[in-house]
Design a protein around this ligand. Sequence first.
Ligand SMILES: Nc1ncnc2c1ncn2[C@@H]1O[C@H](COP(=O)(O)OP(=O)(O)OP(=O)(O)O)[C@@H](O)[C@H]1O
Length: 264
Amino acid sequence: MLKIDNVTISYKKVPAVLDFSLDMKPGQIISLVGESGSGKTTVIRAVLGLLAGGGAITKGDILFDGESLLSKTPEQWRSLRGSDISMIFQDSGAMMNPTRKIGSVFTEYLQTHEKISRKDAWAKGEEMLRKMRLPSPDNVMGSYPFQLSGGMRQRVGIAMAMTYQPRLLLADEPTSALDVTTQAQIVRQMMELRDTYGTGIIVVTHNLGVAAYMSDYIVVMKNGHIEDQGDRDHILHHSENEYTRTLLSAVPSMEREQGGEKDV
Ligand SMILES: Nc1ncnc2c1ncn2[C@@H]1O[C@H](COP(=O)(O)OP(=O)(O)OP(=O)(O)O)[C@@H](O)[C@H]1O
């Protein structure tokens, strides 16, 4: 579905990610882990065509369903984003305009993606919030972002990102701003998205506990390159890479804290 082929990404000619390759199957959950500055966010922003600060792909290609994303026009990007590929951020609420209510932001989002009346967009937004199991969706629609908890805001962000059932969801530190209990809820909810809609997810996280819990495949990044990678089980239990072992030794087990069923 997604193939990142030997990509180098630079900010103003200074390489930040070097020779990065990844082959993702539909419905797979892949985590990118590694220390701050290792290039995780740069990789997923490149996939969404949203590199900041003069960032550019200087080598390689990114293919979605066999088609290069690098040759897409701005118009093609607009129709791809949201419908085929979506993204959620560390604190979705912080991305929203604090002076506008959720309902207003959500309906505008829907109206930029489809020809739909404001009334129908409002109902569709509410329905998505209900699907994400937000309590009182009508109240949420009528709230400002600051009136919701971090976990609720993140579920609003996921609801918006999932409206058009994208096949690929890019999540940048989606649980970092949340307390441990809420983190677990959001992680489980993302896993449900995969199970319900078959959404493939790339999650950037510095939390190896989260990666261990939800991923099928883990990519360990260091200084802009792939230091180690493999199936969850390989990385967690069989990798001989020293850096991976060091990262793992510092992992608080989400399962132990949450009483979950998986063993890390
Ligand atoms: N907008 C930018 N302009 C210039 N350089 C940048 C920019 N964004 C990132 N970089 C550089 O690219 C490298 C990788 O950064 P990136 O944010 O992708 O790492 P990360 O692993 O996601 O880190 P973090 O976990 O802190 O978000 C770093 O050296 C960083 O300084």
